[in-house]
Design a protein around this ligand. Structure first.
Ligand code: C2E
Ligand code: MG
Ligand code: MG
Length: 577
């Protein structure tokens, strides 16, 4: 422990030999002997050196001082001069290089050894002092920034993080959500079980919240029984935010073992959004807190409220609607309507599109525009879509058996549903179960969905085609497709989106786009159908452009099964119009 690792700097290499052996004899280690700045710096940098002994033999001291001055740019290692000099000038110059001391020749080996040991002792003490100072500082920082009960960041650290993101995300256009979660009945826990148990509960609450959110999110304890979560959002999807808030509240509501008892906590959550609600960290925190108090003040427990009223309304509606959708599935409140598709050259019905409706017990018949998006966001579209498939195939089989003149039945597949691994399997078993003819089926998939993953789409579509079914690109023209991608996909038909149909023939741009789509389908050997034909002028335009298949209110609106069957039995369209 008392042996020092020493670097010797000399102005005369020959003089170093006796010093070196003296040091070794005294039990020290000579790391190296150098005579210039770069070697000296290199050695201090690359090896462990407790001190540098500068052996000055020559009359001119400036060389040695230059070496140590250079060293000082990089290191505070202890330096001791051995020298015959003692002038004021020497001391002044030496002082600049911040040595520990100097030993004047002639000195005894014992003096040198004593000096080395003292120096070693002093530097070690200094180092350990420095270390504990740093540790104390780190401790202080930790105490100020991390809560000692839950181990979570404190309000002050959350504040720092908020400030950081505010600065960063203004540049990068990022979105964040801040949730403040307050326990409603924590005081009772403290009163009944004491503070130590209360602390355990707080720890557990912190854990439960942390388990719900992702690793990169910040979970903090703001004060007493109030926690916060700061999350970055990939997209500002309110459904996702709602479901995180719901999940946190649900986790916290689960029973907790406390001192042998089982207790139930309730909590309230307030939500503010960056940048929508504010771009200032303090304001965001206050907003979320006031939303939390709003949630607390309501009669129901375990609820969340957004700072912005409008968002709260939406959240409430979507929460209510989602549970209603689940109920609708269980109680079979859905119906399929059918809209005829017409061949305008032969003037006859060639097919139909199945369109879902929701017979809501209080709100009446709802169109897909009112619930499909929520069904997609909540994942409920998977069972709903499966119901549509089964119902449509079942109906098709009945019509087949009745010889209803129907060549095609189109079924819409949502993007979410198309991504479902079970889809193909489900379609196969539904076809098998219902006994419908797959050659009469057509699946409508939107352009944007197909674009998302080309190779995957191609593979799935091919399976559908192999089953004998047709594949229609729905809402065509809205998704920036290119010819090259169309060629790669085994599709059978393009369905021109209604947005291009509604303003033809007046709107020349739309007319040009429609002509291009028709030409494209012809070039690729695909069928083409126009949807949303409402006027005679539109019909004439498509007739002139040699687009044979159309669908629209001009011919028929979507109808329930009975009305559709009536329509289909009419052979002459003119008689119906
Ligand atoms: P879509 O697949 O593009 O269906 C055509 C929509 O245009 C239908 O609306 C239809 O009623 C409407 N339409 C047809 N002709 C005309 C017309 O001449 N004028 C006007 N203004 N509208 C016309 P609907 O039934 O409200 O469906 C809207 C969308 O909801 C559908 O668009 C489709 O994307 C989706 N959808 C409908 N049923 C289902 C379903 O069973 N599953 C899935 N995943 N989506 C469905
Ligand atoms: Mg469709
Ligand atoms: Mg469409």
């Amino acid at each position: 422990m008392n042996s020092a690792r020493i670097l010797i700097v000399v102005d005369d290499q020959t003089a170093a030999v006796p010093l070196q052996s003296e040091l070794i004899q005294a039990g020290h280690q000579v790391v190296s002997v150098v005579d210039n700045a770069s070697e000296c710096i290199g050695c201090v940098r690359d090896s462990v050196v407790d001190m540098v002994i500068v052996d000055i033999v020559r009359a001119d001291v400036s060389g040695c001082f230059d070496v140590i001055t250079g060293l000082r740019q990089f290191s505070d290692v202890a330096v001791v001069y051995l020298t015959g000099h003692d002038s004021d000038e020497f001391i002044r110059q030496a002082e600049v290089t911040r040595p520990i001391t100097y030993l004047r020749r002639p000195y005894s080996p014992r003096e040198l050894d004593f000096l080395i040991r003292m120096t070693l002792e002093t530097t070690r003490r200094h180092e350990s002092l420095q270390r504990s100072k740093e540790e104390a500082e780190a401790d202080l920082w930790y105490q100020a920034t991390f809560d000692n009960i839950t181990g979570l960041p404190t309000r002050s650290l959350l504040h720092d993080r908020l400030n950081q993101i505010v600065g960063k995300s203004q540049r990068q256009n990022r979105q964040y959500v801040l949730m403040v979660i307050g326990l409603d009945n924590f005081k009772r826990v403290n009163e009944s079980y004491g503070a130590a148990v209360g602390d355990e509960v707080l720890f557990e609450v912190g854990q439960r919240i942390s388990d719900v959110v992702r690793i990169g999110d910040t979970v903090a304890r703001l004060h007493a029984d109030v926690f916060a979560v700061l999350m970055e959002l990939e997209e500002s999807n309110q459904y996702v935010i709602n479901s995180i808030a719901e999940k946190i509240l649900k986790e916290l509501a689960l029973p907790m073992d406390v001192a042998g008892d089982e207790i139930m906590l309730t909590a309230s959550c307030g939500i503010s959004m960056y940048p929508q609600d504010s771009t200032q960290s303090e304001v965001l925190l206050n907003n979320a807190e006031s939303a939390m108090f709003q949630a607390k003040s309501e009669d129901v427990q375990n609820v969340y409220r957004y700072y912005s009223q409008q968002m709260t309304m939406l959240a409430y509606d979507s929460m209510k609607m989602e549970s209603e959708l689940r109920r609708a599935l269980a109680r079979l409140e859905f119906e399929l309507y059918y809209q005829p598709q017409i061949d305008i050259v032969d003037n006859r019905m060639i097919g139909a599109e199945a369109l879902i409706r929701w017979r809501h017990p209080e709100r009446g018949l709802l169109l897909p525009g009112e619930f499909i998006e929520l069904a997609e966001e909540s994942g409920l579209i998977i069972p709903i879509g499966a119901w549509v498939l089964r119902q449509a195939c079942h109906q098709l089989k009945i019509w087949q058996d009745q010889n209803l003149p129907l060549q095609r039945l189109s079924i819409n597949i949502s993007n979410v549903q198309f991504g479902d691994k079970e889809l193909i399997h489900n379609i196969r078993s539904i076809i098998e179960d219902t006994g419908c003819n797959p050659n009469l089926l057509e699946f409508e998939i939107t352009e944007s969905c197909l674009m998302a993953s080309l190779t995957d789409s191609a593979r799935r579509l091919q399976i559908l085609r192999d089953l004998g079914a047709g594949v229609v690109v729905d809402d065509f023209g809205t998704g920036y497709s290119s010819l090259s991608y169309l060629k790669q996909l085994p599709i059978s038909k393009l369905k021109i989106d209604r947005s291009f149909v509604q303003d033809v023939p007046e709107d020349e741009n739309d007319a040009a786009i429609v002509r291009a789509i028709i030409a494209m389908s012809e070039g690729l050997g695909l069928e083409v159908i126009a949807e949303g034909i409402e006027t005679e002028q539109q019909l004439e335009f498509f007739r002139a452009e040699r687009c044979r298949q159309v669908q629209g209110f001009l011919f028929a609106r979507p109808m329930n099964t009975e009305s559709f069957e009536g329509f289909a039995r009419q052979t002459l369209l003119r008689a119906i119009k």
